[in-house]
Write a protein that binds this ligand. Structure first.
Ligand SMILES: Cc1cc2nc3c(=O)[nH]c(=O)nc-3n(C[C@H](O)[C@H](O)[C@H](O)COP(=O)(O)O)c2cc1C
Ligand code: SF4
Ligand code: SF4
Length: 342
């Protein structure tokens, strides 16, 4: 069997109906190496916050009242459990990676942020903006308290003033703070993803999806998120008191990237205002529900690119975590060859 690469996948999809076997490395990847986290029994006070802050519900409480990883889980190494722990008891044993499959990309080592230096290379301090960027983490556990509207307005202004190619500003924001409508949205989006999850997990039906769904959606991390949504272990909108839908205009260039840039401006503004924030691409499930799209006021040429959820954090969910450090290639003045920094 030929190796499945992006090139061979494109060839297969351009040809007659592909078989399950041909696409197996994409559809049912093997060689997934889960992240492994550990709670230190000498430090742990059994508060359970690491478990609550795990989006994929990887942890369970052990008989000794020390959390341990479940036997059937996927940890994608976000390290949110690590930063929620008030006594620094959680540590990284192994990071997520995938070997010998379509998704085999390199997973370089993880590093904390490099120490800040000034223009002369001397030790320096992070700026306020850098501090917000580095400490920002996805917040998925919110208090019930509503977000004051003046603060939501400031967050939307941060989005409105984002840069855009040709100054197109191809976004349209819809804010939902009505708890009843938020409930309706959660139920409706859950139903969409539960249905799609059934198709993804069926060896016959998944072949009908493969031509229309981008390859990245089959990544085990996305698929496990989808199964957590289907099982209601992960909520689409995290029970947040405020959700912003970011619409993109399909007639303008790159609505997706522009939604991302506007959304990230909003994310940083929200954090700077002491609010928690999490993106939810699963919220874009509303695109499959014409009545809801009509109620939100999105008609052709608008689609919902993504959604963001905002509220006051229930407990500390911010903090610095390590990240992959992919080698950076430099071409400095006068250099004869690239300098690859690892
Ligand atoms: C475009 C985008 C969509 C995302 N969608 C979801 C989502 O649907 N559900 C979710 O729990 N997290 C979602 N996230 C959050 C990511 O899982 C998170 O950013 C990543 O794990 C890194 O963790 P951190 O944000 O805490 O640094 C999304 C993030 C981005 C940027
Ligand atoms: S690193 Fe992320 S996915 Fe893994 S156990 Fe911790 S919170 Fe869960
Ligand atoms: S958050 Fe820390 S202290 Fe609390 S249960 Fe988890 S490991 Fe133990």
């Amino acid at each position: 069997m030929k190796d499945l690469t992006m090139g061979t996948l494109e060839q297969i999809l351009a040809g007659p109906a592909p078989t399950f076997e041909e696409l197996k490395p994409l559809l049912r990847p093997e060689g997934v190496i889960n992240g492994v986290m550990k709670a230190d029994s000498d430090k742990c006070n059994s508060c359970g916050l690491c478990m609550k802050n795990c989006p994929f519900r990887c942890w369970e409480m052990g008989e000794d009242k020390i959390p341990k990883m479940k036997s059937n889980y996927i940890c994608f190494s976000c390290f949110n459990c690590l930063i929620a722990c008030p006594v620094d008891a959680v540590s990284v044993v192994q990071t997520f990676s995938v070997k010998d499959a379509f998704f085999d990309t390199d997973f370089p080592g993880i590093k904390l942020p490099l120490d800040p230096k000034d223009a002369q290379g001397k030790p320096s301090e992070w700026t306020e903006v850098e501090r917000v960027i580095l400490n920002r983490r996805s917040v998925r556990n919110f208090k019930k308290d509503p977000v004051p509207e003046p603060l939501i307005r400031r967050i939307l202004e941060a989005g409105r003033f984002a840069p855009s190619g040709g100054n197109h500003q191809p976004w349209k924001f819809v804010v939902v703070t009505d708890p009843e409508f938020l409930c309706q949205l959660e139920v409706a989006c859950h139903a969409v993803w539960e249905g799609l999850h059934g198709m993804f997990t069926s060896d016959e039906q998944v072949l009908n999806l493969v031509k229309t769904i981008p390859a990245g959606v089959f990544d085990p991390r996305v698929q496990y998120g989808l199964s957590c949504i289907a099982r209601k272990e992960l909520l689409v909108f995290f029970d947040a008191p405020a959700v912003v839908f970011i619409g993109g205009n399909k007639k303008m260039a790159n609505p997706e990237i522009h939604a991302g840039i506007a959304g990230q401006n909003m994310n940083l503004a929200a954090v700077s205002l002491g609010l928690g924030f999490c993106w939810s691409n699963f919220g874009a499930g509303v695109n499959f529900i014409p009545e809801i799209m009509a109620k939100l006021g999105y008609g052709d040429p608008w689609t919902v690119q993504t959604t963001v959820c905002i509220g006051y954090p229930k407990f500390k969910q911010q903090g610095v975590v390590p990240r992959h450090f992919r080698p950076i290639t430099w071409f400095r003045p006068g250099s004869e060859k690239p300098d690859i920094e690892t």
